[in-house]
Design a protein around this ligand. Structure first.
Ligand code: 5GP
Length: 114
């Protein structure tokens, strides 16, 4: 089912887009939890990580390549950054369109909170 991210992909609602190609779009999270908080989203409606198949491999590779380029362009490659994908209820997923959170811009705290 289409989510808010499909509307951003289709330019039906605005977003602060920082990267786009035929397979991936990346834009600033509306509610950032780090100085740099980018959402990296495939241009295919894959609801969760549980739903990926081998047919999605082009999109998954494109997501990683986009992240590499974005990190270079934002000058966070050397210091480093964190990727998070939340999955379903226990993972805290809110938008059911696969995405990475790309977090950086400072030394991040512990990875998990319980
Ligand atoms: P999830 O919890 O599904 O892993 O993450 C969804 C993320 O999408 C949240 O961090 C939330 O702030 C972000 N988000 C939700 N709606 C919008 C929106 O309309 N625009 C943008 N840029 N981010 C959004």
């Amino acid at each position: 089912m289409a989510t808010i991210f499909t509307k951003i992909i289709n330019k039906e609602i605005p977003a602060s887009i920082i990267f786009e190609n035929d397979k991936v779009i990346a834009f600033k999270d509306i509610n950032p939890i780090a100085p740099i908080h980018i959402l990296v989203v495939p241009k295919k409606e894959i609801p969760t990580l549980n739903d990926i198949t081998a047919e999605d491999s082009d999109y998954l590779i494109a997501m990683y390549l986009a992240i590499k380029d974005i990190a270079i362009s934002l000058n966070i490659s050397e210091n480093g950054y964190r990727l998070i994908t939340n999955c379903n209820s226990y993972g805290g997923q809110e938008v059911f369109h696969l995405h990475f959170h790309l977090l950086g811009g400072k030394k991040l705290g512990p990875m998990l909170s319980f």
